[in-house]
Design a protein around this ligand. Structure first.
Ligand code: NAG
Ligand code: NAG
Length: 410
């Protein structure tokens, strides 16, 4: 669409002889200034549009009288010029001043039904405001000449090759329009562990002028569809959630994802998303599901995290700084156990030391007695008992370790 609103196109129109008609092709949205050859002083300047008076400027008094076609903020005069701002289709026509005529064409390019198109749908490109044949069209990607030269051309089944700038070239004026071609997007291959859940992606990247009217997901063991079910012609899934498939509950516009839950090896294979649009265009997208065997059935973890959609997950599989929560918990628990072990080792060693000291003390006290008459001495009994208390100490340490470990790791 032309948008050069603020640029004045100054047309240098030279006076050749009265009655000469200039034919002008101008882009919609532009401003234009029509210049009338100078009049003899005292002559009224009369601007007409299609033979109806637009404005008359009194040659003697300089006052102006505006006709019904004159629109403030659209037309204004300055000297011998008539200026028109923001040209629209209805500004086209035959303008005249006493010594000159101008035929003004206001040209613009339209795409019907729009510039965002579904793959394989049709589009009409119209170079409006041109009532002459031929028109040269330049097509994407690099402005090659298009074989048809009518002001209106129809592309019956657009593909990505038709995406880009289409230019209407008329009388040196180039006006372009940009087409975008969209299709259903999915992911070609998806892997999911057996027992896991997976989102089957199917969506349009943009809204298009074509409304989706029905559609479905199919696979060898699955056939679910949607249709216009509510009174506002809003599209929704027809089915209810089952033990196999979850549907979104809102209105469907560009996203037709579904979610398979507790995927089994028998679910592997091709899944096809089909959407029908107003006007009969039908698009499909297919994805291959591969089920990875041997993984735990209880797990609900999805291998492919499609387009940022978070799969269902328990609190234990939540990511914390890029690592799953259960890993953090396991690391924390083992650290606690380790610290416990260190503390108990230190305590036991200290106790051993204390005990040894005490034994040494006892021995040194006993020394004089043992020299000759220890056989007779009753204290030997007490010594044996003490030794019994001292020596087994290293044993409880091992027992304690062996006792702590399994409890804490589980
Ligand atoms: C296409 O049209 C736009 C808006 O009128 C203009 O700015 C742009 O320069 C044009 N591109 C070409 C290649 O002519
Ligand atoms: C299906 O289940 C999902 C997730 O539990 C929920 O968001 C959705 O609203 C349900 N859809 C329908 C149609 O009940």
């Amino acid at each position: 669409m032309p948008t050069l609103k603020d640029i004045f196109v100054l047309l240098l129109v030279f006076y050749i002889y009265p009655g000469k008609c200039d034919v002008l092709y101008l882009q919609a949205g532009q401003d234009v200034s029509l210049k009338c050859p100078e009049l003899p002083s005292g002559q009224d300047m009369v601007w007409k549009l299609n033979k109806n008076s637009l404005v008359t400027i009194d040659g003697k008094k300089g006052t102006s009288r505006k006709g019904p076609l004159f629109k403030q903020n659209k037309h204004y005069t300055s000297g011998d010029n008539l200026k028109i701002t923001r040209l629209e289709a209805r500004d086209a026509g035959d303008y005249s001043c006493p010594k000159k005529e101008f035929r003004v064409h206001v040209v613009s390019v339209f795409a019907d039904p729009g510039t965002v198109l579904l793959q394989s749908s049709y589009v009409k490109l119209r170079c409006d405001g041109v009532n002459t044949n031929p028109v040269q069209w330049l097509r994407p990607p690099n402005g090659e000449r298009y074989h048809e030269t009518k002001p209106e051309i129809t592309l019956t089944s657009v593909t990505s090759k038709d995406e880009g700038q289409w230019t209407c070239l008329v009388q040196g004026l180039k006006i372009n329009i940009t087409l975008t071609v969209v299709g259903l997007q999915t992911q070609e291959n998806i892997e999911v562990p057996e027992g896991g859940d997976v989102v089957l992606p199917c969506s349009l990247p943009k809204n298009t002028p074509h409304r989706a009217v029905s559609g479905k997901w199919t696979a060898k063991h699955l056939d679910v569809s949607f249709g216009t079910t509510d009174d506002k012609h809003n599209l929704r899934w027809k089915g209810q959630n089952t033990s196999k498939v979850l549907f979104t509950s809102g209105q469907l516009s560009t996203n037709y994802d579904i979610k398979l839950i507790r995927v089994q090896s028998t679910d592997a294979g091709e899944f096809v998303c089909t959407v029908k649009f107003e006007g009969g265009t039908e698009l499909t997208a297919s994805t291959m599901i591969k089920v990875l065997p041997g993984t735990s059935v209880s797990g609900g973890k999805v291998v492919n995290n499609v387009k940022g959609q978070t799969p269902s997950e328990g609190p234990w599989t939540k990511d914390v700084y890029g690592v799953q929560l259960w890993v953090w918990i396991a690391v924390g628990a083992s650290s606690v156990v380790l610290i416990g072990l260190i503390i108990s080792t230190v305590l036991v060693q200290q106790r051993n030391k204390r005990m040894k000291k005490r034994v040494r003390k006892l021995r040194s006290m006993r020394q004089p007695l043992t020299a000759k008459d220890y056989c007779q001495c009753n204290r030997s009994h007490g010594e044996v008992e003490l030794a019994k208390q001292v020596r087994p100490v290293p044993i409880p340490r091992q027992q304690r370790n062996a006792h702590n470990k399994p409890n804490s790791y589980n």
